[in-house]
Design a protein around this ligand. Structure first.
Ligand SMILES: Cc1cc2nc3c(=O)[nH]c(=O)nc-3n(C[C@H](O)[C@H](O)[C@H](O)COP(=O)(O)O)c2cc1C
Length: 238
């Protein structure tokens, strides 16, 4: 299997392994609209995702056109307020993140900015790229994934399984995506714009569209930890 960063983002994968390698977080999209019938097929298949007790706790609001623009406008108004504008749903990262996680987080940021040619001291350049998040990186479709506020860590993990199912199915249809938990920084703003009640909690956005394959931001190697760091084999060598 060639390295993920050299794989085309619009070729139909031949296996789950292939789809896993072709999926990457895409941060530049073309203007090509997405057929809602394809999305319907994808969501129907993603309903096969497993969940503890078969709760299927995931709930999604999928937007394009004017409703999507309305969320972007609502969040842009909060972003313009600076830190005062934050309405966070949850801590995106644990406070005081330590290694190895902090190094991994730092590493992916550095890789992203290097691909875009934005040096470390170019603070406005880095902020500008970060704020591009709140335009969904130009994606024509935005999916907001939320659930009942009563749900706990097991059900949040179920949402993750559904999310990965959707992302792999998008790849199967030649589509691309970027999960975006940054929207949780303005979670209450997003929920108000979507007319979701306070009984709901926003987990993440998922920008959806066709990848701009020529964009540098979609063509850089995203590292992964070595298996020894994450898998502890026991009893296999006896
Ligand atoms: C739940 C979730 C939320 C994420 N939120 C963001 C985000 O807000 N902005 C962003 O640019 N990337 C976001 N990412 C993408 C990660 O940075 C990315 O998955 C990771 O660096 C691995 O890269 P890859 O997805 O290209 O393989 C998120 C990923 C996940 C799974």
């Amino acid at each position: 299997m060639p390295a993920t960063d050299t794989l085309s983002l619009s070729v139909t994968p031949q296996s789950v392994t292939d789809a896993l390698h072709r999926r990457r977080s895409v941060r530049a999209f073309t203007d090509q609209p997405v057929d809602p019938a394809i999305l319907g097929e994808i969501f129907a298949a993603a309903q096969r995702a497993p969940s503890g007790g078969n709760l299927q706790p995931w709930q999604a609001t999928v937007l394009t056109g004017a409703p999507w623009q309305a969320v972007k406008d609502a969040v842009a108004a909060r972003v313009a307020m600076g830190r005062e504008g934050y309405e966070p749903e949850y801590d995106i990262y644990p406070k005081g993140l330590t290694d190895p996680w902090e190094t991994r987080r730092f590493g992916v940021g550095e890789g992203l900015y290097a691909a875009l040619g934005i040096p470390r001291d170019d603070k406005p350049g880095r902020l500008g790229q970060f704020l591009h998040n709140f335009r969904g990186f130009g994606a024509p479709v935005m999916l907001f994934l939320h659930c009942s506020r009563i749900m706990g860590p097991p059900q949040w993990s179920d949402m993750g399984m559904w999310l990965q199912s959707v992302m792999l199915l998008l790849v199967e249809h030649g589509l691309a995506s970027c999960p975006q938990e940054c929207w949780a920084m303005y979670g209450a703003t997003v929920r108000r714009a979507l007319a979701l009640g306070d009984d709901q909690i926003l987990f993440t956005g998922l920008a959806i569209g066709y990848a701009d394959e020529s964009a540098a931001v979609n063509n850089w190697p995203v590292p992964r930890a070595h298996l020894e760091e994450v898998i502890d084999w026991r009893g296999f060598e006896e």
